[in-house]
Design a protein. Structure first.
Length: 331
């Protein structure tokens, strides 16, 4: 599906924006700088963060308050009072970007032109909470941004526009996040420039091609060295910068920030065995092939290049030492 083409700007729209993380804030910034009127911003309630567990406002809330836009933070939009408050804003459209709350049908039907979602994949692939990470983990070569007319399903609505980008061999979740954050705002503004025309041309998704991007669990980040080196290469990139892959050795948890598959391996050493440790990295035997670990982090320390870490803690990563394997799940 081609990206939306530029059109003559129609009358500015009265917009409600709903989003929470930095990815959403980048889209909000584009709307603030556009001709459209921001009636209000919705974002998740403040959450405890940091060592002190102090309440912290979301990036979207911080940006909205700095711009003088009213902010609403309901715990749910299923409440009749919250729905009434939203209706009184009399918006033309509600734009949703990584909001994190379910929108019931009554909310979807409230704005004049309904609700739009900016989703970080080429739908119907990777519907759900973690499309950026799952695309890298699966070895996809391409992803993108889809702007969708929201319906009651999970990312199942009709597509208004798509913009694609490549996933390279060195792409991490961090770098892909930033690339998609560049694609999303201009595509959104193109759609809003002539929303009615774009809605008339919207295309339905092929549900037969749908895949689900489940929420990332911290337990998934533990490295199972019995997997192939290529699988672990993708996992390390998919989980950078969160939750960051890790493995235990000699009672210490080591975070792996950067690694790459390196050769086919002899298969003679047990999975998790350190084969070599030098300025190039720490070479570890996998179920198929070897993984060259290039950037690591020890508890209480900062992420360091392997060469730096070896200078300080070389004995921990001596050839022949072995990383632990994850415990088998209970039956």
């Amino acid at each position: 599906m081609p990206a939306a083409s530029p059109t003559a700007q129609r009358a500015p729209l009265r917009v409600i924006f709903a989003g929470t993380p930095e990815f959403a804030a980048i889209h909000l910034k584009a709307l603030i700088e556009s001709e459209h009127q921001l009636a209000a911003v919705y974002t998740q309630p403040d959450r405890p963060a940091g060592r002190g567990k102090k309440l912290q406002a979301s990036p979207v809330k911080q940006l909205a308050e700095a711009a003088g836009i009213p902010v609403h933070q309901p715990a749910s939009l299923r409440d009749a009072g919250a729905q009434q408050t939203l209706a009184e804003l009399q918006a033309d459209v509600l734009v949703v970007v990584a909001y994190g709350l379910i929108l019931p049908q009554v909310v979807l039907d409230t704005p004049r032109f309904g609700c739009l979602n900016v989703h970080a994949s080429v739908l119907p692939r990777w519907r759900g909470a973690a499309p950026i990470q799952r695309a890298i983990e699966a070895g996809d070569r391409e992803t993108g941004i889809t702007i969708m007319q929201m319906d009651a399903g999970l990312d199942t609505g009709d597509m208004l526009a798509v913009s694609t980008c490549e996933i390279g061999q060195l792409t991490t979740a961090a770098t892909l996040h930033d690339r998609l954050a560049e694609l999303g705002p201009p595509l959104l503004l193109q759609i809003l420039a002539d929303l009615e025309a774009c809605q008339r041309k919207a295309r339905s998704q092929d549900d037969r091609l749908a895949t689900y991007a489940g929420k990332i669990l911290k337990s998934e980040a533990e490295i199972d060295w019995r997997q192939s080196a290529h699988t672990l290469d993708r996992l390390v990139r998919a989980f950078n910068p969160f939750p960051v892959c890790f493995s235990n050795i000699a009672g210490e948890r080591v975070k792996v920030w950067q690694a790459r598959a390196a050769g086919s391996g002899s298969g003679s050493a047990a999975a998790g065995t350190i084969l070599q440790a030098d300025r190039e990295g720490i070479l570890v035997s996998c179920g198929d092939g070897d993984l060259l670990v290039q950037r690591l982090q020890l508890p209480g320390g900062k992420p360091l290049a392997a060469e730096q870490l070896l200078n300080a803690r070389g004995e921990l990563f001596a050839p022949g030492h072995r990383f632990d394997l994850p415990a088998d799940p209970a039956p």
